[in-house]
Design a binder for this molecule. Structure first.
Ligand code: SF4
Length: 326
């Protein structure tokens, strides 16, 4: 495979500048595949610096696919606590179980089988194929997208649509070191072509970068419309304890412990007590205290002084803190 100049330059830069990350350790092929799977699930929606301690703890306690397939939900969610988007953890376990059931315990090495697994979409499948299996895929994450948009000076909405970026990424070429190359491009975006103040003087491809030529590094964003939703949050308090339920009703924080809540349709004169942002949903929450404990399935009481003993999403913890302050 003949490498283009741009590919060579990026790989050379990567060899000299890559960060030492726990999932990049020199390990056996099987471990590498497992590390890639776990880290890619964790890195969906979460920054590298936040993921590192979670990854280390996870790998220590759940060291391989087999232990992941058998892990107790309680332990799994506890290890994920604070990372948010808990469906990732549940999908990760389901994926491990399906791998044992349908793929003889081996992480699939082709796109179709990978995207059939829970929690694995086009991006994660490409990342696994390139990083774990050294196949010539370039996973288009936020970092690579930014390098591409700046390098080619893509500013118009139609130019920055996913389908167009997927076509355009071919300018990066391919390498026989596909695993390193995918990570090199991500690393270039993370360390050099940063969202604000890109470090162009350190960039291996600066000589042909159109944004640098134009001295315009602003990125056009397609903003997701924020949706307002209104909720009545019911607080049942007994002594020092609050009543929580397992959420089987709402699509967010599915199966996690929340206060009993009801969604209200566009109420008049809604005076919310607090707001919470979940993805593009702005949750307007009105809090109301109730005397009787109500009738809820899968409900239980938590002691406000022992919050750390429970597996609670940060959403619920924030509400407890708010209640204690007010
Ligand atoms: S020269 Fe600057 S703007 Fe262009 S790709 Fe490199 S870091 Fe990004």
């Amino acid at each position: 495979m003949k490498e283009q100049l741009v590919t060579k330059k990026i790989l050379k830069w990567y060899d000299l500048n890559k960060r030492s990350l726990p999932w990049r350790k020199n390990v056996s092929i099987q471990k590498r595949q497992y590390y890639t799977l776990v880290s890619e699930f964790m890195l969906q929606q979460t920054q590298v610096a936040t993921v590192i301690p979670y990854f280390n703890r996870f790998i220590n306690l759940i060291p391989n696919l087999k232990s992941l397939a058998k892990v107790k939900d309680k332990k799994l969610i506890k290890l994920w606590e604070g990372l948010g988007y808990y469906s990732r953890a549940r999908n990760l376990k389901k994926t491990a179980q399906i791998i044992f059931k349908n793929f003889k315990g081996k992480l699939p090495d082709n796109f179709e089988d990978l995207i059939s697994l829970p929690g694995i979409g086009n991006y994660t499948a490409s990342a696994i194929l390139s990083i774990a299996f050294n196949k010539p895929y370039i996973p288009l994450d936020g970092n690579i997208e930014r390098v591409l948009k700046r390098y080619l000076y893509l500013k118009k909405e139609k130019d920055i649509k996913k389908e167009n970026l997927i076509k355009k990424k071919s300018i990066f070429g391919t390498s026989s070191r596909s695993s390193d190359y995918a990570q090199a491009l991500m690393e270039l975006g993370a360390l050099v072509c940063k969202p604000t103040n890109p470090l162009c003087h350190q960039c291996p491809i600066s000589n042909k970068c159109k944004s640098l030529q134009k001295k315009d590094f602003d990125l056009t964003k397609i903003t997701k419309k924020s949706i307002d939703k209104y909720f009545l949050l019911k607080v049942y308090k007994r002594d020092q304890r609050y009543l929580l339920i397992k959420n089987t009703k709402f699509n967010f924080l599915k199966n996690l412990s929340i206060f009993p809540m009801e969604e209200l349709s566009k109420p008049k004169n809604f005076n919310e007590n607090l707001n919470f942002k979940l993805s593009n949903i702005k949750m307007n929450i009105k809090i109301q205290y109730f005397k009787n404990s109500g009738r809820y399935q899968a409900s239980y009481w938590i002691d406000k002084k022992k919050l750390d003993n429970y597996m609670l999403p940060s959403f619920t913890k924030k509400i407890v803190k708010y209640l204690e302050r007010n």
